[in-house]
Structures are given as structure tokens and as C-alpha cells.
Design a protein around this ligand. Structure first.
Ligand code: AP5
Length: 220
């Protein structure tokens, strides 16, 4: 008899540029669960020109967090979709204590609970290097780095062939502000989840494959 895989309900937590998106895409695809990335959802809403997107853009462009009630509403809708029933990788959510508390309530209402919170530990100098060299695909959301993870053809997405762009919040000044926001508003989640026995720390510096292997060990 074939074993049925247990649901996988994970949070990827870490500063901007830690590699959450890069790793969440791989792990979610390998386990056939959705990668739920609030940043990607907000950028899609912004490029579609929805009222939510316009509000979100005004915060994202200056590296500030979008208000909790907006994000919590977005996640509540997303977690209620059928594809999230058997698991998910949350990438970039929660980012504040009120968001974490709302997530616990939402999952409780669905009769679910988190399995693990993976914290990506990466030094600040490396985060700056990664973000200022990042190129992103506006169509399929894949990310590249001009030096450490270049596409096969310069400026073109390997996966879907779209022209790559530099995110408007990846300028050095905005990246520095995002790092400050992370330290103040998101880093307290480390103690929150450590206290609940859910936190696993992964060394996020080093080759992408090595980080991926460390994550697989942490969730096994
Ligand atoms: P979001 O899109 O979530 O951005 P972020 O958390 O700042 O994270 P990034 O996407 O910048 O980095 P990442 O960790 O995913 O790294 P990546 O894999 O791309 O959020 C953007 C904005 O949306 C926020 O500022 C806020 O305004 C708003 N928002 C989103 N969620 C919100 C929430 N919950 N509440 C309120 N507001 C919210 O990798 C980075 C680069 O490094 C890439 O170039 C990649 O190729 C490279 N790289 C990856 N791994 C490695 C490696 N091991 N070695 C070398 N290079 C690597």
C-alpha cells in the first residue's frame, strides 16, 4: 500500500533577502502544496490595479509593512481555498505578533495547526548583496541573482521566458529600511514561535542546494 504523505504546514520566517521565496517555491512544488507568498499576492494585486493593490503599493514602495487587517483578510481567504487543505508553505506571513495570533485563530477554526516555523539565519551584509543584485520575474515570480543565481539567458526568466525586472523596493535605501522594519516588527516572532516549540533555525548562507537540504532535514 502506498503511504499517504502527512500534511505539511510550514511558515518560512526571515529577513528580506534570506531566500524564503527561492526555497518555498522548491519545497512547495516537491510536496504538491501551495506556496502562499503575501508579497507576491500584493504585487499581483498592484499590477492588476485593484484597490487593495493600490493601497498595498503605497506601503511596499517605501519598505513599510502593509496594515495587519489587510494582510489577515487576504490570508483568511487564501487558506480557505481547497488547495490549502492538505498543507502550505507560508512565505512572508506572519510578520507581526498580531498576524501570528490571527494565523493561530484561523488554523484553529479550520481544525489545523502549524508543523514547523523555519527561520533563515543570514548575515546583514549578505542580505544587502542579494537584494541589490536580485532580478525577479513579474509573470511567474521566479527570482534570480545577477552573480550567484543568474538566468541562463541574461535578463530572461528560465521558467517562462518573460523579461526580468528589478523590484522597486530593492534599491539600497529601501532595503536598509526593510531590514530595520524586520528587526523591529518581525524578529519578535522568533521568541514567539520558539516559546511554542515550533522554531527550527536553518543556516541560510551557502549554496542554494545546501540550504534546501538543511530545510528538508528540519521538516523531516
Ligand atoms: P516580500 O515580497 O515578502 O519581501 P521580503 O520578505 O522582504 O522578502 P524578499 O522577497 O525580499 O526575500 P526572500 O527571503 O524571499 O529572498 P529570495 O528568495 O527572493 O514583501 C515585500 C513587501 O510586501 C514588504 O516590504 C511589505 O510591504 C509587504 N508585505 C508582504 N508580506 C507582508 C505581511 N505579512 N505583512 C505586511 N506587509 C507585507 O532571495 C533573494 C535573492 O537572493 C535572490 O536574488 C536569490 O536568487 C538570491 N538567493 C537566494 N538564496 C540564495 C543563496 N543560498 N545564496 C545566494 N543567493 C541566494
Amino acid at each position: 500500500m502506498t503511504a499517504v504523505a502527512a500534511p505539511m504546514r510550514l511558515v518560512f520566517l526571515g529577513p528580506p533577502g534570506a531566500g524564503k521565496g527561492t526555497q518555498a517555491r522548491e519545497l512547495a512544488a516537491a510536496h504538491h502544496v501551495p506556496q502562499i507568498a503575501t508579497g507576491d499576492m500584493l504585487r499581483e494585486a498592484a499590477s492588476a490595479g485593484t484597490p487593495l493593490g493600490a493601497t498595498a503599493k503605497s506601503y511596499m514602495d517605501r519598505g513599510a509593512l502593509v496594515p495587519d487587517d489587510v494582510i489577515i483578510g487576504l490570508i483568511a481567504e487564501r487558506l480557505a481555498k481547497p488547495d490549502a487543505k492538505s498543507g502550505f508553505v507560508l512565505d512572508g506571513f506572519p510578520r507581526t505578533i498580531p498576524q501570528a495570533e490571527a494565523l493561530a485563530r484561523l488554523l484553529g477554526d479550520l481544525g489545523q495547526a502549524l508543523d514547523r516555523v523555519i527561520y533563515f539565519d543570514v548575515p546583514e551584509a549578505e542580505l544587502l548583496r542579494r537584494l541589490t543584485g536580485r532580478r525577479s520575474c513579474p509573470v511567474c515570480q521566479s527570482t534570480y541573482h545577477v552573480i550567484s543565481n543568474p538566468p541562463r539567458r541574461e535578463g530572461i526568466c528560465d521558467k517562462c521566458g518573460a523579461a526580468l525586472v528589478q523590484r522597486s523596493d530593492d534599491s539600497e535605501g529601501t532595503v536598509r529600511h526593510r531590514l530595520e522594519v524586520y528587526a523591529k516588527q518581525t524578529a519578535p516572532l522568533l521568541d514567539y514561535y520558539r516559546g511554542r516549540g515550533l522554531l527550527a533555525t536553518v543556516e541560510g548562507e551557502g549554496p542554494i542546494d545546501a540550504v534546501q537540504a538543511a530545510i528538508r532535514r528540519a521538516v523531516a
